[in-house]
Write a new protein. Structure first.
Length: 258
């Protein structure tokens, strides 16, 4: 009986770490994914990890205050790991939002009945492309490996304080989000900008032409043509960014390890 209670306590500790980390990770943090799937995936992963990491687990908290401090520290760990990947996905979404506005899709927003969020067509397209590429290169396997290694690198327990070295590491990474947005849409923005200049010149030289009526279909058509070319280039570029995740994620674990 005592052995069964010990195993249940170890399983609960693993569930705390797995749930807090996956809470901030792409795919798992999406509102489109149902709560049942999230709960089942956390339980299955925790069930598989418990016998592997049982030797690294601390004693079970004896008071509710120790439990709260433990959960708070795990939430900070999950947030710091999730931010590394979130920077790239947020940059992709920003690129889609900005491109959609420039193409004339700014007023075309979709309401997801499951998540109740609004997003533009281009942002959804870019995010779906990034998610498929992330899964295609086994990015979810990388997250699971980092999660398993975190039990040895960052043992459960301790003060719920984020290491100071993480601030000097994560904050500069915010520039990656804006750099990624610019690099993804810069060629298309240039094409659309030149298109607007050409339409402006036509409006001055041929006043009889209804440029406003012509501008919308021309801008959208050129945007879609160059978007198809950009998607072929975007794939290898995003794959390189996703492959780059490994070093920063383990660097976050080392920062927590001290």
């Amino acid at each position: 009986m005592a052995g069964l209670i010990l195993q249940m306590q170890q399983f609960f500790l693993v569930v705390i770490r797995v749930g807090c980390v996956l809470l901030f990770m792409p795919i798992w943090d999406s509102r489109v994914v149902s709560k049942q799937i999230k709960a089942y995936s956390i339980l299955v992963i925790s069930f598989a990890l418990t016998p592997v990491v049982a030797g690294t687990l601390p004693p079970f908290p004896q008071t509710w205050l120790e439990t709260v401090l433990l959960v708070l520290r795990e939430l900070l760990l999950g947030l710091s790991l999730g931010l590394v990947i979130k920077f790239v996905f947020s940059g992709v979404r920003m690129a889609g939002e900005f491109l959609g506005i420039q193409m004339g899709f700014g007023m075309v927003s979709l309401i997801d009945p499951q998540s109740a969020d609004s997003s533009t067509l281009m942002a959804d397209l870019f995010m779906l492309t990034a998610t498929v590429l992330f899964l295609a290169i086994d990015g979810h396997h990388l997250i699971l490996r980092v999660l398993a290694q975190s039990f040895t690198e960052v043992p459960l327990g301790g003060a719920p304080l984020m290491p100071a070295s993480l601030f000097s590491f994560l904050i500069p990474m915010g520039t990656l989000m804006f750099q990624l947005m610019v690099k993804l849409v810069a060629p298309m923005i240039l094409v659309l900008f030149l298109t607007q200049i050409a339409l402006g010149l036509i409006a001055r030289t041929v006043p009889q032409m209804q440029v406003m009526i012509l501008a919308f279909p021309v801008t959208i058509a050129l945007g879609l043509v160059f978007l198809s070319m950009t998607l072929m280039i975007m794939g290898p570029y995003l794959i390189g960014k996703f492959a780059w995740f490994k070093a920063p994620l383990f660097q976050v674990l080392r920062a927590w390890h001290g």
